[in-house]
Design a protein around this ligand. Structure first.
Ligand code: SIN
Length: 276
């Protein structure tokens, strides 16, 4: 097993390592690196959908995303697909998966099946580093706050129709009814570190504040997070895996490969209720 830091403020790549043969000792090393970095990567894997599922189950229960199309024959695997004719890519706004759920997904395991000849990278933001860089005064203010996260304005039929024409990649719009309240600063359930837990896609407003009152502080935090010192870029190759912790990172798929196809398989792992 070789572990190489990304050319970025955080993130490591595992190579010379077949995730199908991961021992308990390997798993402990991988978990330690993920606790440190929020996101880790594996190169040159060769997984069937069943092996992808088996790898995911080593980490816990799988939670099925209600809104993404599924890989045919595999309920547990969401398909993240862009065809040449699609103008939007799935996940092109900064977000963290499932924050609209009461117990948001612990992590996501994204496997590259087909990548464009150039472009299609994924950016990650590290929410430990972003939190740690805030002033003590702002940390104190945020410590007392909770925020509402929702799926309605993203996955409902009206929301999809408003942003995409002829969209064929999402389903179950009628189930976009979740609103969940989470602390704005969480104590990460595995690493014990403090992490900033709001995101541009799903967070709506602070609890007890109006949308208008919430927007300026949320915008401040979003701009703060998107500074270079908190961002890592991952360049995909076919058969690479990104395994991120949703409580410690945001991610954003790049929409810069018009008229090309990209196909990823994503499995999401069940999480726990978050606490301050
Ligand atoms: C996602 O948001 O889960 C997909 C990210 C990507 O395709 O790069």
């Amino acid at each position: 097993m070789k572990i190489t830091p990304l050319n970025a403020p955080f993130g490591v790549e595992f190579s010379d390592f077949d995730v199908r043969e991961m021992t308990d000792e390997d798993m402990a090393i991988v978990q330690t690196e993920q606790n440190k970095h929020g996101v880790i990567f594996f190169r040159d894997q060769n997984l069937t959908p069943d092996e992808h599922i088996r790898f995911a189950k080593r980490w816990g229960e799988i939670v099925i995303n209600r809104f993404f199309e599924r890989v045919p024959g595999y309920e547990e695997i969401a398909q993240v697909r862009k065809e040449p004719q699609h103008e939007r890519v799935v996940g092109e706004d900064w977000h963290t998966d499932h924050s609209y759920d009461e117990a948001p997904a612990r992590g996501s395991i994204l496997y590259a099946r087909e990548v464009p000849s150039s472009g299609g990278d994924t950016l990650f933001a590290n929410m430990y580093l972003a939190y740690e860089a805030l002033s003590d005064g702002l940390k104190d203010t945020l410590a007392g706050l909770k925020a509402w996260h929702s799926s309605r304005h993203v996955f409902s039929k009206e929301a999809i129709d408003a942003t995409r024409s002829n969209e064929d990649r999402f389903q179950n719009h009628g189930q976009a009814v979740q609103d969940s309240l989470h602390p704005v600063v969480i104590t990460h359930p595995l690493s014990g570190r403090k992490s900033l837990y709001v995101n541009p896609d799903f967070t709506r407003q602070f609890d007890g504040w109006t949308l208008e009152e919430s927007r300026p502080l949320l915008e401040y935090l979003y701009n703060h997070v998107q500074q270079d010192q908190f961002i890592a870029r991952f360049k995909w190759r076919t058969d690479s895996i990104a395994f991120w912790d949703n409580r410690a990172t945001w991610h954003q798929a790049q929409n810069d490969y018009p008229n090309q196809r990209r196909l990823m398989h994503r499995i999401t792992l069940e999480g726990v209720r978050l606490t301050a």
